[in-house]
Design a protein around this ligand. Structure first.
Ligand SMILES: O=C(O)CCC(=O)C(=O)O
Ligand SMILES: [Fe+2]
Length: 302
């Protein structure tokens, strides 16, 4: 079965009325971010585990964020960095030129990004996470930017099925709600790949969360998945307990570029990382896989 598309063409700018329950709104509803979260929006999130807010950032802001990334990339290359605060950089080599594909902790390296993620417009989104949220600039992986690209030499075209609660599952505890707030830089329609998620899977039980898919290995479309379509500047919120994946772009070259920025708004115990933080074990597996992939690509096997 084909994934439904959460489409840009559906209604936007829904007024704050509560004539019907947010649960009944179409899965492709694009909400408008106002100065508070409406009842409908909260009900939609509770039911389905995600929300899409249309055009929360302007094109100028997206362009500026993209430029900040280029500057950070140049700086990290000049310094010969392979990891930041223990988190490895995903470094592809499209056309033989180094290209970073996952940037952790960006707000520690750009004042613009640091200020941007603290802008007042995000206050209602932060209120979804909790009462006194902080920006986790140097916690977890910080403000992360992904650059998916489909060209030979890319190390990050797509991402397999997962929930973001793997660490908790490892310790045999049920992950708590963790809301991921993403800013999307590019126009990505269902046919362009992009974020896929299984609505409602955030309320699944422990074993389903462990075993419904093979973490990161399984890429096959699910009959219940929806495709989250985005326009530049859209903001998405998804519950980390949802099953989700990133479908690779069928295009190649620049047309396949997909950039997403995730902001950790946190309420739990402050756990900062720094220059001397150790690399989490599971990242070594990722490093090895990316190296094998690149070696195979270089030899023309992939
Ligand atoms: O790129 C995205 O939109 C999602 C990435 C993701 O799910 C993750 O990094 O855990
Ligand atoms: Fe994820």
């Amino acid at each position: 079965m084909q994934a439904q598309a959460v489409s840009a063409s559906s209604e936007t700018a829904r007024p704050d009325t509560n004539k019907h329950s947010g649960k009944d709104l179409p899965l492709d509803t694009r909400f408008e971010l106002g100065d508070h979260i409406t009842t409908e929006q909260q009900e939609f999130l509770d039911e389905h585990g995600f929300l899409v807010f249309a055009k929360v950032a302007s094109q100028e802001e997206i362009d500026r964020l993209a430029k900040e990334l280029d500057d950070i990339e140049a700086r990290w290359f000049a310094e010969g960095r392979t990891e930041i605060y223990g988190i490895p950089l995903f470094r592809g080599k499209p056309d033989g030129k180094p290209f970073l594909q996952r940037f952790p902790f960006t707000s520690c390296f750009s004042d613009y990004i640091r200020d941007f993620v603290r802008d007042d417009r995000f206050a209602p989104v932060r209120s979804l996470v909790g009462k006194n949220t902080r920006v986790g600039d140097e916690e977890k992986d910080g403000v992360v930017v992904n650059r998916n690209l489909n060209v030979p030499g890319s190390v990050y075209q797509r991402l397999g099925w997962h929930t973001d609660g793997l660490r908790d599952l490892f310790y045999l505890r049920m992950p708590k709600q963790q809301l991921n707030v993403g800013i999307h830089f590019d126009r990505v329609k269902k046919a362009d790949g992009g974020l896929r998620l299984i609505p409602g899977s955030h309320t699944q039980g422990f074993w389903s969360m462990c075993s419904r898919k093979v973490y990161f290995v399984s890429h096959a479309p699910d009959p219940e998945e929806v495709a989250v379509e985005t326009e530049p500047g859209d903001l998405t919120v998804h519950d980390g307990r949802l099953w989700h994946r990133v479908e690779g772009s069928p295009h190649t070259g620049p047309r396949s570029l997909r950039r997403s920025m995730y902001v950790p708004y946190l309420t739990d115990e402050y756990q900062p990382k720094g220059e001397h933080s150790r690399t989490p074990l599971y990242h070594y597996l990722g490093i090895a896989l990316r190296e094998v992939k690149q070696a195979l690509q270089t030899r023309g096997v992939l």
